[in-house]
Design a binder for this molecule. Structure first.
Ligand SMILES: Cc1cc2nc3c(=O)[nH]c(=O)nc-3n(C[C@H](O)[C@H](O)[C@H](O)COP(=O)(O)O)c2cc1C
Length: 168
């Protein structure tokens, strides 16, 4: 049902969709959540394939990620998931069960505890190997004013991609 792929095999498809939204899923013990992400990078650092996701302190996802130190990224390529991405990008898992609300199905990760979202085609399983808090004094002034006037900065999570696969 899923075929293993090289981490960068679908990079241009992934980046095209990321700007519109993908699902970042996290799980720690009995807490499971997903949120829409629109920013991130795919790259190669420390001789490892890396997905870097940026998550603000205010997110419920942040609380879980701080415990689990792993995440999955599920990317819809053909299916129209605008509605689900809009809900998962505006509602918090603190208040609702987004999986129930959006009828999203989870499938157990291959190498990590965090599941993927079945309705999407492209998936990455990632283990956090580095994280970085933003240094307010080092951000470009324009970017800071446009994005961080409330001081709700992003944490950058560098996840080693331990599995990448696509629906056949
Ligand atoms: C298209 C889109 C892209 C988004 N990208 C990000 C992102 O990259 N990082 C982030 O922290 N929040 C991002 N958000 C906002 C979160 O998805 C949103 O605040 C969500 O409700 C957080 O859910 P949570 O509290 O359950 O973690 C995005 C929202 C949308 C609609």
């Amino acid at each position: 049902m899923f075929k293993d792929i090289g981490y960068n095999e679908y990079s241009s498809e992934m980046m095209k969709q990321l700007e519109k939204g993908a699902f970042l899923t996290v799980k720690s013990e009995d807490k499971l959540n997903t949120m829409t992400i629109g920013w991130g990078t795919l790259g190669f650092i420390w001789k490892k394939p890396i997905f870097m996701a940026v998550v603000r302190y205010s997110r419920h996802t942040y609380d879980i990620l701080e415990k689990s130190k792993e995440f999955t990224v599920s990317v819809p390529l053909t299916r129209d998931m605008k509605k689900e991405l809009a809900i998962c990008g505006t509602k918090s898992g603190r208040d609702i069960d987004k999986f129930k609300e959006c009828n999203l199905t989870t499938i157990k990760g291959k190498s990590i505890d965090t599941p993927i979202i079945e309705e999407c085609e492209l998936h990455y399983e990632c283990k956090v190997v580095y994280q970085q808090a933003m240094e307010p004094g080092l951000i470009d002034k324009g970017i800071r004013e446009a994005n961080y006037s409330n001081n709700d900065f992003h944490i950058m999570y560098y996840g080693e991609i331990v599995e990448s696969y696509i629906k056949e």
